[in-house]
Design a protein around this ligand. Structure first.
Ligand SMILES: Cc1ncc(COP(=O)(O)O)c(C=O)c1O
Length: 421
């Protein structure tokens, strides 16, 4: 068969490998220790709240029949959007109304639309890029570009500054002095907390990036899939950021609803109407189920309380525990851990590693431990940087025993690699 350029590129990259690994491990009966994927934990308090919401949906007149029997509009469910606008404006003070909100079938599909709304060929013939001010950055963006060159050609990523923190920790910082928003930039994009590193850009970095984007006349896309206001998996002091030039992306997934595929975009009405137009042709409408379930949690503000009292403390405790296991297991090996400031991942830097992180991934997979090799997260970087082959990401969202066992195997294998053949 002959495929288009788009078809040729649809052979899969890091994100397909990652989702395939998760699918195969789940189907394989449970031997594999899943420290690879982005599945959130199953939190009893969240699950109970969702069960209560489901019961209400079943008992509330014809709410269930309307949820499954009607298409919503391409911008999402009106009641859900209205309640969310009320929460963001009323409780959090964001200057937004219903026309600033669109729902997408998972925030991933929202990113597909956003990256292609701003990146790629423009009317004046320019091919614009999405600038990632700090890499490593979320693997799921890398294959989204339809235009703009093959695969990751849509992105330009900036190398971070590395701050050594002592005690076996380090932190990436946006190299603000080298932030070069050229005329070929269509938008800036950051995830906060960052997937894969657990970094949370501080308020100064956010304000500086927001100002730079505004000055350059391009939007600032902020991916809050793990962030504020919900699910709020942020352990460091960080203020919420939203303004008229910012496109804030939220998701119900990491709260505990990945199966419902519900993403949310908060942005200027001219962006929202384009999102809706793309949804109409790609999906006709957004899936209603996640919105119906979450409606009551949003109306009463329970979603904020669940995030602050249940979700964040759970991940903070887990992240400290897993970081402790890692530090104990790694001992004096030259391996540094990115300071865990949020999200559901830990990011390890194997300094002077005798093998690549892709080889290490394969060795761990052979020992039934799934992690994600770091090289996939450095897309868009113009220079070769050995650091990109020295990092791995692991998730601590699985049950404690799985994470502990996985870390035990990982640290033993790291010791074996450093010891040499
Ligand atoms: C940083 C980030 N953004 C977006 C997404 C997409 O999430 P979803 O499509 O489930 O909303 C993910 C999923 O892992 C993510 O890690």
């Amino acid at each position: 068969m002959r495929f288009s350029d788009f078809g040729e590129r649809a052979k899969g990259g890091g994100i397909l490998q990652l989702m395939d690994d998760i699918g195969a491990a789940l189907a394989g009966g449970g031997d594999m220790l899943l420290l690879g994927g982005g599945n959130p934990a199953h939190l009893p308090a969240v699950e109970q709240a969702l069960r209560r919401a489901m019961r209400r949906l079943m008992e509330d007149g014809d709410a269930f029949e309307r949820t499954v029997g009607d298409y919503d509009g391409p911008r999402g469910n009106e009641a859900f959007i209205g309640a969310l606008a009320e929460l963001l404006r009323g409780q959090l003070g964001w200057p937004v109304g219903a026309d600033n909100i669109a729902v997408t079938n998972g925030s991933q599909s929202g990113f597909f639309t956003l990256m292609n709304l701003f990146g790629g060929k423009h009317a004046d013939g320019a091919r614009k890029k999405i600038l990632l001010p700090l890499c490593p950055e979320y693997i799921g963006y890398s294959e989204l570009g339809i235009d703009g060159g093959a695969g990751e050609g849509l992105f330009r990523a900036n190398k971070p500054r590395i701050e050594l923190l002592g005690g076996g920790f380090f932190k990436y910082r946006v190299d603000l002095a080298r932030l070069d928003i050229g005329g070929d930039t269509g938008a800036l994009c950051v995830s906060r907390p960052t997937n894969p590193t657990g970094n949370v850009l501080d308020d100064f970095e956010m304000q500086t990036l927001a100002a730079a984007a505004r000055q350059a006349g391009v939007p600032f896309i902020v991916d809050n899939a793990y962030g504020l206001p919900f699910p709020g998996i942020v352990f460091s002091p960080a203020a919420m950021h939203h303004d008229a030039n910012t496109i804030t992306c939220l998701s119900l997934s990491k709260l505990g609803l990945p199966g419902a595929r519900t993403g949310i975009i908060v942005a200027a009405p001219e962006v929202i109407s384009r999102i809706a137009a793309v949804t109409a042709s790609l999906n006709l409408a957004t899936g209603s189920f996640g919105q119906s379930l979450a409606l009551e949690l949003i109306r009463g503000g329970e979603i904020l309380q669940l995030s602050a009292d249940e979700v964040m403390p759970f991940y903070r405790a887990r992240s400290r525990q897993a970081a402790g296991w890692l530090r104990d297991g790694l001992g004096d090996l030259p391996v540094l851990l990115h300071k865990p400031e949020g999200g559901i991942f830990l990011w390890l830097w194997f300094q002077d590693f005798p093998i690549t992180s892709a080889d290490f991934y394969r060795r761990l997979k052979a020992k039934n431990v799934l992690v994600v090799p770091g090289e996939h997260f450095f897309f868009g970087l113009r220079e070769d940087w050995p650091h990109r082959r020295q990092c791995i990401r692991l998730s601590y969202a699985q049950d404690e025993a799985t994470v502990q066992k996985g870390i035990e195997i990982l640290t033993a294998e790291a010791r074996a690699v450093y010891a040499g053949p």
